[in-house]
Design a binder for this molecule. Structure first.
Ligand code: MD3
Ligand code: FE
Length: 209
């Protein structure tokens, strides 16, 4: 594992090549097994019900879901009704290597991008614990990622998130606007069907103590 962090903007740290190829393959296999138990679903926009282009699943004690009733964290899959699978131990270890002082993550959102999927500029603000860092890992095709400021119209910076890259978001950037402009098809051989998987680990409830 490489631990050289690049600071993108205060609170946003980028770890290019954090996972080597063997670690990416092991994590990919963990995630593909999770998706057998907790199949990807298409989240829908609150109110309008318009489906996201990104498919999602989760692991951990809580998972992020969205539908006509709103955005929320819940303990069960919205379609199967089953509890989410556990976060794989190698992923918990990778989180701890990046955020050694953080409370244990409760939610791991699994975002699945095909070559047409994107994620508009947004803030992550559905967590009750905003003091804890968010840590993300990318697998598969490279994404063109954008991060801005605390207001939607602030200037943004773009960079690529490639397979094995990690990012941590903390402090003043925890509420920065960000999004995925597009995914570059065919840029990685990691995933058998192509596309991109992003894993985002979060603390949702206030950590006690
Ligand atoms: C920057 N996912 O699921 S994760 C999301 O690549 C989401 O799938 C993106 O944004 C993806 O909400 C990016 C990295 C990330 C997470 C939280 C952030 C970047 C962030 C919070 C503030 C600034
Ligand atoms: Fe986000």
């Amino acid at each position: 594992m490489s631990h050289a962090a690049v600071s993108i903007t205060p609170g946003v740290e980028y770890f290019p090549g954090f996972l080597d190829r063997a670690a990416q393959e092991a994590l990919r296999d963990d995630v593909l097994a999770i998706l057998e138990a907790a199949p990807p679903f298409h989240p829908r926009m609150p109110r309008t019900g318009k489906p996201f282009s990104v498919r999602m699943s989760n692991c951990g004690s809580l998972g992020w879901v969205s539908d006509e009733r709103g955005y929320r964290y819940q303990a069960t899959h919205p379609e199967t009704g089953r509890p989410w699978p556990a976060i794989p131990s190698r992923l918990v270890a990778a989180f701890a290597a990046i955020a050694p002082d953080a409370p244990p993550p409760e939610a791991c959102l699994i975002n699945l991008y095909d070559s047409a999927a994107r994620m508009g500029l947004h803030q992550d603000r559905d967590e009750n614990e905003l003091a804890a860092p968010v840590v993300s890992f990318s697998l598969g095709d490279t994404a063109l990622f954008r991060v801005g400021g605390l207001q939607r119209n602030a200037p943004t910076r773009s960079f690529r998130l490639a397979s094995g890259d990690a990012m941590s978001l903390a402090g003043e950037s925890r509420l920065a606007f960000h999004g995925v402009d597009r995914v570059i098809a065919g840029s990685s051989t990691l995933l058998p069907q192509g596309g991109r998987i992003n894993l985002t680990l979060r603390r949702v409830t206030k950590a006690s103590g």
